[in-house]
Ligand binder design. Structure first.
Ligand code: NAD
Length: 350
């Protein structure tokens, strides 16, 4: 089967491509506009595979999406293209609404017309819409998100993703497009753009810079190693039921401060410096609308589809730290780029 992966040059999308091509032997075509977050270097491990094709293009452009579907006739779409950084969404919300809402609408609508006129894919076609647990809003100290938790997004990012989820579900109910929605917790691992919390802290620590933690650092996130997410999406694609939602998470709740401390302890062991990396932690003004806690209940995905996370946070974070220590060739050019007038590394978090 051939799968169209939107956003395949991003963090999770590139992992999905590497997994689908190298482990599952699927044919993959990537549609990606190569925004600041898209990076062909993340696809280098599969770039020479005959199973891989790349199309540069914008998911908001109907003509582009139509021509890619016509050219490759994929049996499935796994939709990851999005604007994803919460901090950026506060200052630059319009592009989030455009890409995440209008772009998802365009893909859904072009896909349903494509399925209607393409009998060879009509029976088995799937549209996997990849979303976030942030659509559910913030938890207090207790409780977990299930697939029936009401939507209550806090940031322009999560609101735009919530809008895209509603569109995806409507295209199933109204037009019968075989859509499956997944809502996943925070991902971490190799090839993550260095504005996000974990790579930002690893790289700042490696470069001897401050480790800025929002507020008191007690906000809780539920972390999933990116390979586990890619395996979950493969499972959902193969076995998920159209019209259903599956939550994806690894039961790895950590405060942001605990995450940063764990990175510091690992680096104290793996790359001892003159002083402990812990000494570089500093607390900075909290971001507006900062959700207190996310926690995913992935029981449905585990019990109905048989998926399990392979990595604990301890094993996954050590792999991640070691990867960034070894792969300056990948991250150094990104750290040197300037975006929105601010040098990367001074903004950040999840
Ligand atoms: P990312 O920012 O690393 O990558 C996004 C990719 O989308 C980039 O390659 C970018 O070039 C591409 N893109 C952006 N706008 C586009 C457009 N208009 N047309 C085509 N391509 C475009 O994102 P990520 O962290 O890999 O997240 C991928 C998906 O997973 C997103 O939909 C996100 O909401 C969701 N998700 C992410 C996380 C996480 O922790 N990173 C957690 C749950 C869900």
């Amino acid at each position: 089967m051939r799968v169209l992966v939107t956003g395949g040059a991003g963090f999770i999308g590139s992992e999905v491509c590497r997994h689908f091509i190298s482990s599952l032997g699927l044919d993959v075509v990537v549609l990606d506009t190569l925004s600041y977050a898209g990076n062909l270097a993340s696809l280098a491990p599969v770039a020479d595979s005959p199973r891989y094709a790349f199309e540069k293009g914008d998911i908001c452009d109907r003509n582009v999406v139509e021509s890619v579907l016509r050219k490759y006739e994929p049996g499935a779409v796994v939709h990851l293209a999005a604007e994803t950084h919460v901090d950026r969404s506060i200052g630059h919300s319009e592009v989030f609404v455009r890409t995440n809402v209008l772009g998802t609408f365009t893909l859904l609508d072009v896909s349903r017309r494509y399925v209607e006129r393409t009998p060879s894919v009509a029976q088995s076609f799937r549209f996997v819409h990849v979303s976030t647990d942030e659509v559910y809003g913030s938890l207090g100290a207790e409780g977990v998100f299930t697939e029936t938790t009401p939507y209550d997004p806090s940031s322009p990012y999560s609101a735009s993703k919530a809008g895209s989820d509603h569109l995806a579900k409507a295209w199933h109910r109204t037009y019968g497009l075989p859509v499956i929605v997944s809502n996943c917790s925070n991902n971490y691992g190799p090839y993550q753009f260095p504005e996000k919390l974990i790579p930002l802290m690893i790289l700042n620590a490696l470069e001897g810079k401050a480790l800025p933690v929002y507020g008191n650092g007690l906000n809780v996130r539920d972390w999933l190693y990116v390979e586990d997410h890619a395996r979950a999406l493969a499972t959902i694609l193969a076995k998920g039921r159209p019209g259903e939602t599956y939550n994806v998470g690894g039961r790895n709740e950590r405060t942001n401060l605990d995450v940063v401390r764990q990175i510091c302890s690992l680096l104290d062991r793996l790359r001892p410096a003159g002083t402990s990396h812990h000494d570089r932690i500093s607390f900075v003004k909290d971001r507006p609308g900062h959700d207190l806690r996310y926690a995913i209940d992935a029981t449905k995905l585990e019990s109905e589809l048989g998926w399990r996370a392979n990595e604990t946070f301890e094993t996954g974070i050590e792999k991640t730290v070691r990867w960034y220590m070894d792969r300056a060739d990948w991250w150094r050019p990104l750290r040197d780029r300037v975006y929105g007038g601010k040098r990367l590394g001074l903004i950040g978090k999840d």
